[in-house]
Design a protein. Structure first.
Length: 134
């Protein structure tokens, strides 16, 4: 049996397919979804969503949102998402280094700057991790 999975961002549908398993980056940790999972709604964090189809793992970098699981359907609504296969690993690595450097240069008392810089680091890290599916 399979799961019908849709990953939808404001500008496009990133994934619409049948898969065997999904791992979501929820705000409370990684959440595995198999067929016949109990109904669920969860908030998603910045991270990597992984899914297994035909024994192969694929990854999508997701930048926060929500997921609903009901009757073997997983609907993921995200602020932004990008398939790992569409991300250049070298560019992603450079973006992470740049974001880490920006984070280290934020002034100690600049709370908003730290929050924005940390978000940029987490986003860049998720994009790089998505280039290497399980």
């Amino acid at each position: 049996m399979t799961l019908a999975v849709k990953v939808i961002s404001p500008d496009r549908t990133v994934l619409d397919d049948s898969v065997e398993e999904v791992i979501l980056p929820s705000t409370t940790g990684q959440l595995g979804i198999l067929t016949d999972h109990a109904p669920l709604i969860t908030a998603l964090d910045i991270g990597v969503m992984r899914y297994r189809k035909d024994r192969d793992w694929q990854a999508i970098a997701v930048l926060g949102g929500f997921a609903e699981v009901e009757e073997n359907e997983v609907t993921v609504l995200v602020q932004s998402a990008q398939a790992g296969a569409d991300i250049n690993p070298e560019t992603a690595r450079e973006e992470l280094l740049s974001a880490e450097q920006r984070y280290s240069r934020v002034a100690e008392g600049d709370r908003q700057g730290k929050i924005l810089a940390e978000k940029a680091v987490r986003t860049a890290r998720a994009r790089l991790q998505a280039t290497t599916a399980l």
